[in-house]
Design a protein around this ligand. Structure first.
Ligand SMILES: Cc1cc2nc3c(=O)[nH]c(=O)nc-3n(C[C@H](O)[C@H](O)[C@H](O)COP(=O)(O)O)c2cc1C
Length: 175
């Protein structure tokens, strides 16, 4: 896949997170950067236009659950230039309530994924991938490859271990 054009799209939060305390670089962001470094992919961070999410973990879980129940589509900032040019897209997300932050759906629904390969990666604290790959599949109709699940606290605090997992996974995907 070395000649294909590759993108990493991800969502990630700083602030207080489960089992890692207050972080200045999000767990998923750390993995996203490792993937981009190893594949030479471009990166795009999905960010809310009006980011009123609490920085306190528990408060954030409540807001996130309300958004999930409402099937919300929060507005996001900016867009990927020439999305059509990418044939391989890594989609990275924290596991929020066994799902993705709703802003990921805002992004996914705004694009045509026909013919693209999608490799999902998820940081979590016990739930793993949940059904996130199948949610990505039903939303994008893309060819969804085997996903990678990494504990958030491993991404944050055991970076060499996380990097090994990323490298092994990328190898299996043909990178
Ligand atoms: C709103 C919210 C909901 C979460 N729900 C789950 C969950 O259902 N299962 C799980 O394993 N972890 C859950 N977590 C933990 C996150 O998946 C984990 O901390 C992740 O690494 C955060 O990534 P980030 O730093 O990139 O935002 C939740 C965290 C938040 C903030």
């Amino acid at each position: 896949m070395t000649n294909s054009k590759t993108l990493v799209v991800y969502f990630s939060r700083t602030g207080e997170q489960y089992s890692v305390g207050n972080i200045t670089e999000g767990n998923t962001a750390i993995i996203a950067k490792m993937i981009a470094e190893q594949t030479g992919a471009d990166m795009f961070e999905v960010k809310l236009k009006n980011d009123t999410y609490p920085t306190a973990y528990k408060a954030l879980t409540e807001v996130a659950l309300d958004e999930k129940k409402a099937n919300a589509r929060p507005e996001i900032i900016g867009d990927v230039a020439n999305f059509a040019d990418y044939d391989m897209v890594f989609v990275g997300t924290p596991n929020w309530w066994a799902d993705m932050p709703m802003a990921m759906y805002t992004f996914m629904e705004a694009h045509d994924w026909t013919g693209k390969k999608v490799a999902p990666f998820v940081t979590h604290e016990g739930s793993g991938l949940s059904s996130i790959p199948s949610k990505i599949k039903s939303t994008t109709k893309a060819d969804v490859l085997n996903g990678l699940a990494i504990y958030g606290h491993v991404a944050q605090n055991s970076r060499e271990e996380a990097k090994d997992d990323v490298t092994k996974w990328l190898k299996k995907l043909g990178f």
